[in-house]
Design a protein around this ligand. Structure first.
Ligand SMILES: [Zn+2]
Length: 213
């Protein structure tokens, strides 16, 4: 599918945000448990003073519809997208990235889920159209606006602390020491705040030069 490069920046797996999504092991929680997915291709409108989530367009490769990214920014649709993002125009799913750790876990557990996959997908697909009816896309809050980035950042930090400091040593067969558990707290507090603030900046409205308005 070809896109208008004068109008959009095109994000694929080579974009740092997308690469981070694939590499960070913590994302496995978002993907496999929460069902939060990132499409393989994202278009970002150029030269507008909108927030990132307002500028984001998600193309459906099946019917060529350019969906507003806000469809998946609202809380009820941001999660439970295990089989991909549902296209409410053609009823197919928009292909998404897969995090490397998710990929390994899915590979290892393949004999378990393989037998249920089709019936799961069928019942999932049946529930999708209702999720996209009567969406109010004009009032989607930016999750990082004002001071909300602090909450979002700390929330992310807690997940990372549990995963990287507490769970990973256990998985690796290392001993979790009290000192390491203690050191992890300030590291992931600062890490989380850094993440939240970065997201606030990335999501924020760009000031357009008044002369160009
Ligand atoms: Zn479609």
């Amino acid at each position: 599918m070809e896109y208008d490069k004068t109008k959009f920046k095109i994000w694929t797996w080579k974009n740092p945000f997308m690469l981070h999504w694939m590499i960070n092991p913590g994302i496995v929680i978002n993907e496999l448990i929460l069902g939060q997915r990132i499409p393989k291709t994202i278009l970002v409108e150029k030269n507008t003073a909108k927030t990132l989530q307002e500028k984001t367009k998600i193309p459906c490769p099946h019917c060529k519809t350019l969906h507003s990214g806000l469809k998946w920014a609202i809380k009820s649709n941001a999660f439970r997208n295990w089989f991909g993002l549902y296209c409410d125009n053609c009823g197919k799913t928009i292909p998404c990235l897969t995090n490397l750790t998710s990929y390994v876990i899915l590979g290892l557990t393949f004999p378990i889920w393989y037998w249920f996959k089709n019936s799961w997908k069928k019942s999932w697909l049946e529930k999708q159209p209702a999720r996209y009816r009567n969406l109010d896309l004009d009032n989607v809050p930016n999750p990082f606006e004002g001071y909300a980035w602090i909450k979002q950042g700390l929330y992310w930090g807690i997940w990372m602390y549990v995963l990287m400091t507490l769970l990973f040593p256990i998985i690796n067969g290392e001993k979790l020491t009290f000192i390491n558990a203690l050191i992890g707290i300030p590291i992931w507090t600062i890490g989380g705040l850094g993440f939240g603030y970065t997201m606030k900046i990335v999501n924020g409205k760009k000031q357009l030069n008044p002369k160009t308005k």
